[in-house]
Design a protein around this ligand. Sequence first.
Ligand code: ADP
Ligand code: ADP
Length: 231
Amino acid sequence: DAVIETHGLAKVYAPGTEAEVVALHGVDLRIRRGEFVAIMGPSGSGKSTLMNLIGCLDTPTAGRYLCDGIDVATLDAEARAALRRDKIGFVFQGFNLLPRMTALENVLMPMGYANVPREERQQRGHEALAAVGLARRESHRPSELSGGQQQRVAIARALINQPPILLADEPTGALDSHTGEEILSLFKRLQSEGHTIVLITHDAEVAAHAGRTFVMRDGELHEQPPTTGAA
Ligand code: ADP
Ligand code: ADP
């Protein structure tokens, strides 16, 4: 039951020009529902390019991507944006919270107003914040929260539309190691509740929390053999 499946996924920037960059060379990736996967690799190796494709933010030059079974290449930009909202929750290194909004308002941002009545929106916001241990911080603005708390608000926001996939780009990069461990524990709990987590990091200690690790090198993705006696 693959929730992320790519076949020969390739990305070329500025094709046919002097500035041409082959950022991804035919990546084959299969991630099952409920897996916690890390993608490592040095700067410039293609991690953001892959994340933008998996996150339905960009389209490949060649190859196929099935996002929760849906062939993304068959969609126009609008349908792709809708798919992104349904299927992907994004978490970033810098939290990307809106500074003038409360924790609750930030969490409700991706929900939109059209379909869900106000009471139900609020209720889901309360539940999402409670699920990350921030029930008593709903009215706080980001500047009134610690880095770890801000990241937990961002995780609650990423999950508000109940997407199957959580895509996290260096989510612990701005946190001290203890706080980072707490965020990684939260990811493990979310995994145990059935979420699929894709964690992008350059830090091997962070990647060690994942069930499987892939390493990106010059646009090629290689699965790391499981280590024995790991932490
Ligand atoms: P990483 O996230 O691992 O740092 P990227 O995916 O950002 O790697 O970049 C992979 C390669 O693609 C690099 O050589 C980078 O310079 C190039 N690249 C990334 N984005 C663009 C772009 N929009 N236009 C041209 N080249 C790009
Ligand atoms: P990097 O990992 O290369 O430093 P970022 O973490 O800033 O880059 O962003 C990774 C990718 O996610 C970028 O290519 C950007 O287009 C996209 N991105 C950043 N912020 C958002 C956002 N709020 N919503 C959707 N996509 C975003």
